[in-house]
Every structure is written in structure tokens, then in C-alpha cells.
Design a protein around this ligand. Structure first.
Ligand SMILES: C[S@@+](CC[C@H](N)C(=O)[O-])C[C@H]1O[C@@H](n2cnc3c(N)ncnc32)[C@H](O)[C@@H]1O
Length: 291
């Protein structure tokens, strides 16, 4: 008997377990494939990602989505009018290319093509895409340098690589903590993570210039499923209690708290309230340009 499940078997298993109901919803693993799409395309994360892409690549139309899983992003890009190539090594109807093909039929899309391949082994011609987008897949690379070199090769000059929500670790103990904490690792054993330096070095070696590094708490793109509203409310709540302790005499003058809050925003942002090192395998996102 094999001791690990495949990724597909893991997803089928957790769909039946009440303890994973929230994870299945938040990770867009529902059996109802269009439901995942509808949730994802209206999510704060995807809206923030589109804004970033439009800021860095306003004329970009051709998107390559690598390691696209059940196709939430590929379909969402296609529904937003992009010309999409979706690449996923897993062929399954549950969580792979088969699921995306069903969704293409469901939405009657003409602007998307689906291929089965690993990033390290894509066969597309050089300089084809304006945007190469990789969501939660770069940290699964079996060869990180090759993975990113292939992303860079197929980008047009000036095109951007957008990597979204990759786990980062800072040393071996941090990595072990992440692997032990991951809720699905015990089932399929396929988790992995690299350090920010490893991701950025691989990008630079591939001829990419890193334009933006979003650390875990820099954007809802990474800290989802926490919402922006909940994130800001928590900052305010913690600051209010600090303010009440330090300036008890001033708590009845609301404007003074607003000034205190404004000052801390300028000076420290969220630092000291949200500590990314308290999150196992925290997530980072990157934008890098082909030079
Ligand atoms: C966590 S899932 C993310 C799926 C999808 N991008 C999403 O955001 O829902 C990771 C995906 O990466 C794929 N993957 C694993 N290794 C890969 C590789 N070397 N190249 C491309 N994709 C890979 C897996 O098959 C899986 O579908």
C-alpha cells in the first residue's frame, strides 16, 4: 500500500472531511468548478493582482498561466478579455487540465488554450507572452532556476513575470516548521518553499529585473483569506489599546487618536502588530521585468 495520496486524491479526500470545509472554500477546491471561478474572480486578491498587472503592463494581452491547477486564474483572465495559455502538469478532471477544459466549455471561451506540462519543460517559442503569471506554483519547482529561466525565455522583452503567493522560508528549521504546519503535507507530501534570496537570484540569473517584492503583510494578495478590512480593523484595534494605555487623559478626544494613528501609519505601517515570522511558510509575491 502506498503511504501518500496523489494531489488529486488529497483534494477528493478533504472535500469529504468537515474539518477542511473552510480550507476547501478558501483554496477554491470545491467540486462545483464554476463556483470556484465566481469566488476567485471577484476576490480581493484577484482584483489587486489585476490592478498590479494593469499598472506594470497596461497594454499586455497575452498571458501564460503556469501551474494553473483547476484554472481559477486562467479562466478569470480569459473572462477579463486576456488571451490565455494555461499550463498544468496534472491532467485530472478534479484539480488539473481536465477541470480547466470543462470550465472552458462551461463559459464557452474562445480565448484560452490548455496544455499539460511542467514549467521546466514548456515548449512554447521565445518571446511570446506579455505576462507570465504563476500563482502558488513556483515554490513547487523541481528546478527553480530552470522554472524561472523558462518563464523568462517565453516573455517578450519588457514583459513581466508575476509570481503570486509563494511560500518563503529563511532557514532549514523554518522550512521544517512550515512543512510540519501545512495541513495537507501529511497526505500528499508535495509541499516546498524557498528563501526570498533564492527566488530573486533565480529571476536575476534569468535576465529579469525584480521590480516589486510584496512581503506577506504588504498586500491582501498574500495575506488572503484575511480581508483588507479585517487587517486594517485589527491594526486600529491594537493601536487603540496602546493609545488608551499611554495617553489615558486623551482618550476622550477622538481626533488625537486619529493623529496618533496617522503618525504610526507614516512611521511604522503595520510593523509590530503583524509579524510575518509568526506565520509558518508566509507568502510573498513578485513582479519582475524581462530586460
Ligand atoms: C497549489 S497549486 C496552485 C494551482 C493554481 N495556480 C491555483 O492558484 O489554484 C500548485 C500547482 O502547481 C503545479 N505544479 C507543480 N510542480 C510544477 C512545475 N514544476 N511546473 C508547473 N506546475 C507545477 C501542480 O500540479 C499544482 O496544480
Amino acid at each position: 500500500m502506498k503511504d501518500k495520496m496523489t494531489w488529486e486524491e488529497t483534494i477528493i479526500h478533504i472535500r469529504q472531511e468537515p474539518e477542511f470545509k473552510d480550507l476547501v472554500e478558501k483554496a477554491y477546491f470545491e467540486e462545483d468548478l464554476p463556483l470556484n471561478i465566481e469566488r476567485f474572480r471577484h476576490s480581493e486578491e484577484f482584483i489587486a493582482t489585476l490592478q498590479l498587472i494593469q499598472a506594470y503592463q497596461p497594454q499586455g494581452k497575452k498571458v501564460l498561466d503556469i501551474g494553473c491547477g483547476n484554472g481559477i486564474s486562467s479562466i478569470a483572465f480569459a473572462l477579463n478579455g486576456y488571451e490565455v495559455t494555461a499550463v498544468e502538469p496534472d491532467s485530472s478532471l478534479t484539480i488539473g487540465a481536465g477541470a480547466i477544459r470543462q470550465l472552458v466549455q462551461h463559459y464557452q471561451l474562445q480565448n484560452i488554450e490548455v496544455f499539460e506540462a511542467f514549467a521546466e519543460d514548456i515548449k512554447f517559442p521565445d518571446q511570446t507572452y506579455d505576462i507570465v503569471y504563476v500563482r502558488q506554483a513556483m515554490h513547487h519547482a523541481y528546478d527553480l532556476d530552470k522554472f524561472i529561466a523558462e518563464c523568462a525565455r517565453v516573455l517578450k522583452k519588457g514583459g513581466i513575470l508575476v509570481t503570486i503567493r509563494d511560500h518563503v522560508v529563511f532557514d532549514e528549521a523554518d522550512k521544517q516548521w512550515f512543512l510540519e504546519s501545512h495541513p495537507l503535507q501529511k497526505y500528499y507530501g508535495g509541499e516546498n518553499a524557498f528563501s526570498p534570496t533564492e527566488y530573486k537570484n533565480a529571476m536575476q540569473k534569468a535576465g529579469l529585473e525584480v521590480l516589486k517584492e510584496l512581503k506577506h503583510y504588504d498586500s491582501v494578495i498574500n495575506y488572503f483569506p484575511l480581508s483588507t478590512t479585517a487587517f486594517q480593523a485589527e491594526i486600529r484595534r491594537v493601536r487603540q489599546s496602546i493609545f488608551a494605555r499611554r495617553f489615558a487623559w486623551a482618550v476622550y478626544i477622538p481626533l488625537l487618536f486619529e493623529l496618533f494613528n496617522w503618525y504610526l501609519d507614516k512611521k511604522t505601517g503595520y510593523t509590530g502588530i503583524f509579524d510575518e515570522m509568526a506565520v509558518a511558510g508566509r507568502m510573498y509575491s513578485y513582479i519582475a521585468k524581462k530586460i
